[in-house]
Design a protein around this ligand. Structure first.
Ligand SMILES: C[S@@+](CC[C@H](N)C(=O)[O-])C[C@H]1O[C@@H](n2cnc3c(N)ncnc32)[C@H](O)[C@@H]1O
Length: 256
C-alpha cells in the first residue's frame, strides 16, 4: 500500500479513494458531456475507485464494495425510497457493527458445531468447584448460553463492543433464565484475563498478535486460550480441533 495510506485504517483509505473517484468523475462530466447518463458515470466511478483501491493494496472485499458503491447509490436514488428508510437501516447497521471500521472485527457467528466442540474443551467437572469462561467479542451470546446450558458448573461471561448484540444477548440470557451467564458492554482490551480459566475468541486476523500478548501477560498458568479460525503467527498452538461445519472451522488451543 502507498506509504501514507498504510498508516490509515482500510475504511478511511476506501473512503478517500471513493471520494477521489467521485471528484474525478464529476470533473469529467462537463468535459465529456455526460450530464444525462448518471448510471454510466456511476459505473465508471466504481471502476475507478476499485482500480485505485487495488493499487492501494486494499483487500478483495473492499474492491467489490468500491466497485458497487456508486452504481448502487444511483439505483437506490432512482427507486425514490423514503429517506427515513436509509436512516433506519444506517442506525441498525451502526448499532450492530459499531466500531468495526476501527477494530476490523465484524459480527459473524460461530456455528452450533463450534459450540459443541467447545463443550469438550472445558475443564473436567469436579464436584462443587466451578470454572470461569469468557467469550471475547461475544456477539449474540450463542456460545455463552449454549455452554451455560450444558455445563451449569461454569460461570460464563461475554464482553461485546456493539450495543445491539449486547442488548440481544442480555435479552437471551434473561429470557432463558441463565443464572450462570452474563454479558457486559465494553472492550475486550479492558478485560483482566487473569480471572478466567478458559478464554475464547472468534475475531479476525487483525487483533490476534496483540491479543496473544495480552493473554500471555495476564492468563494464569494451567488455563486455556482458544481462538476459533484465526491463529497467531509464529506462536505454535498446542492443539487444534477441526470442526466439520460449513466453514471448516478450526479451534486453535494454547495451554498457558
Ligand atoms: C466474529 S464475532 C464472534 C461472535 C461470537 N463470539 C461467536 O463466536 O458467535 C466477533 C465479535 O467481536 C466483537 N468485537 C470486536 N472487537 C471488539 C472489542 N475490541 N471488544 C469487544 N468486542 C469486540 C464484534 O462486535 C463481534 O460481535
Amino acid at each position: 500500500m502507498w506509504p501514507l495510506l498504510k498508516k490509515l485504517p482500510p475504511s478511511i483509505v476506501a473512503l478517500l479513494l471513493q471520494s477521489l473517484a467521485v471528484v474525478l468523475m464529476l470533473l469529467s462530466i462537463n468535459v465529456m458531456g455526460w450530464h444525462d447518463v448518471p448510471f454510466l458515470v456511476a459505473v465508471l466511478c466504481g471502476l475507478l475507485a476499485a482500480m485505485l483501491s487495488f493499487f492501494a493494496g486494499l483487500a478483495m472485499w473492499w474492491l467489490i464494495i468500491q466497485l458497487l458503491f456508486a452504481p448502487a447509490l444511483v439505483l437506490m436514488l432512482a427507486i425514490k425510497l423514503p429517506p427515513s428508510l436509509f436512516l433506519g437501516a444506517y442506525l441498525v447497521l451502526l448499532l450492530v457493527y459499531w466500531s468495526t471500521f476501527r477494530t476490523q472485527v465484524p459480527l459473524y457467528l460461530s456455528s452450533n458445531k463450534v459450540w459443541h466442540a467447545l463443550e469438550h474443551l472445558l475443564p473436567v467437572a469436579k464436584g462443587d468447584s466451578s470454572f470461569t469462561f469468557i467469550d471475547l467479542g461475544s456477539g449474540l451470546g450463542g456460545v455463552l448460553t449454549h455452554l451455560a446450558n450444558v455445563r451449569s458448573d461454569g460461570r460464563y461471561i461475554g464482553v461485546e463492543a456493539a450495543p445491539l448484540p449486547v442488548f440481544l444477548s442480555w435479552l437471551r440470557i434473561k429470557l432463558g433464565n441463565y443464572r450462570n451467564c452474563r454479558v457486559q458492554w465494553g472492550s475486550l482490551w479492558d478485560c483482566d484475563l487473569s480471572q478466567y480459566d478458559v478464554v475464547f475468541a472468534y475475531l479476525s486476523p487483525v487483533p490476534m498478535e496483540k491479543l496473544w500478548h495480552k493473554a500471555r501477560t495476564e492468563m494464569r498458568s494451567g488455563t486455556i486460550f482458544i481462538s476459533s479460525t484465526f491463529t497467531v503467527l509464529d506462536q505454535a498452538h498446542h492443539e487444534t480441533v477441526q470442526v466439520d461445519d460449513l466453514h471448516h472451522s478450526t479451534l486453535f488451543i494454547w495451554h498457558m
